[in-house]
Design a binder for this molecule. Structure first.
Ligand code: SAM
Length: 251
């Protein structure tokens, strides 16, 4: 249950350096520490903060990442972008973390896979604890659990409230990618994002073009575990992508 979940009080309290050691802000040298001690602020606090920080913030989040297929495929496509998978099941999270560790050591000479990481989280509750306003360039919602029954709809990871959290974490121009094989859920996601003032739907042309959006759509269709399963079973995949617009002025 959520009682056993650990999460930071706020994004600055998060120990990002342990997730992305290659991006860790270097600890100050003795000389730098002395200089800091002379300055007016509290050096111990400053040192603690830098010990956890990374040089480039996470820009892409895969919500409900499952076994991490999307992350493993995105890692070499955007080698300088820190990306985070978030998954509620402990054993699944452990699997992804172990696989990342193995890939990092296999690819140590090239430093590949240093840009992906995974943690256990209930993103329906704690997303703003991890990300600051406008931090993210993309959020993936790939094959979310459909929760078919009407009374279970509140468990869906797309809702007006949660969409406001996604809008908070995404920068203007940032993108939410959705994919599912459940038509009803697809229509639900489209309805909720289209009705939200911070999002507009991205057109077909861009999804099939040459840019980052088209690349991401291709990967999410082919490289997620669920996407592969649907291909094997000859099922249909429904894709919808939304761009975070600049907030409209208050009426
Ligand atoms: N995205 C992966 C894919 O496309 O292959 C996995 C899809 S799987 C059907 C949905 C995943 O979302 C499961 O691994 C589940 O444990 C996870 N999940 C469900 N609710 C969640 C929540 N509130 N926070 C984080 N992960 C969640």
């Amino acid at each position: 249950s959520d009682h056993s979940l650990t999460y930071p009080k706020s994004p600055v309290d998060m120990d990002w350096a342990s997730l992305y050691p290659a991006y860790a802000v270097k600890k100050p040298t003795e000389e730098e520490k002395e200089k800091e001690a002379d300055a007016s602020h509290d050096p111990t606090k400053e040192e603690q903060r830098t010990a956890k920080a990374i040089t480039k913030d996470v820009e892409i989040a895969d919500i409900g990442c499952g076994f991490g297929g999307l992350l493993f495929a995105l890692a070499p496509k955007f080698p300088d972008t820190p990306m985070l998978g978030m998954e509620i099941r402990t054993s699944v999270t452990d699997y992804v973390v172990d696989k990342i560790r193995a890939l990092r050591s296999q690819h140590a000479p090239t430093q590949s896979y240093q840009n992906i990481s995974c943690l256990r989280a209930n993103t329906m509750k704690f997303l703003p604890n991890f990300f600051t306003r406008h931090q993210l360039r993309a959020i993936f919602l790939c094959f979310p659990d459909p929760h078919f029954k009407q009374r279970k709809h509140k468990a869906r990871i797309v809702s007006y409230t949660l969409n406001s959290e996604y809008a908070y974490a995404l920068r203007p121009g940032g993108v939410v990618y959705t994919i599912t094989d459940v038509k009803d859920l697809h229509e639900w996601m489209v309805g909720h994002f289209e009705a939200h003032l911070s999002f507009e739907r991205v057109g077909e042309e861009e999804l099939e073009g040459e840019g980052e959006v088209a690349t991401c759509v291709g990967i999410m269709k082919m490289e997620t575990e669920e996407g592969k399963k649907v291909t094997r079973n000859g099922g249909e995949k429904f894709v919808a992508v939304f761009r975070r617009v600049v907030d409209p002025p208050w009426p």
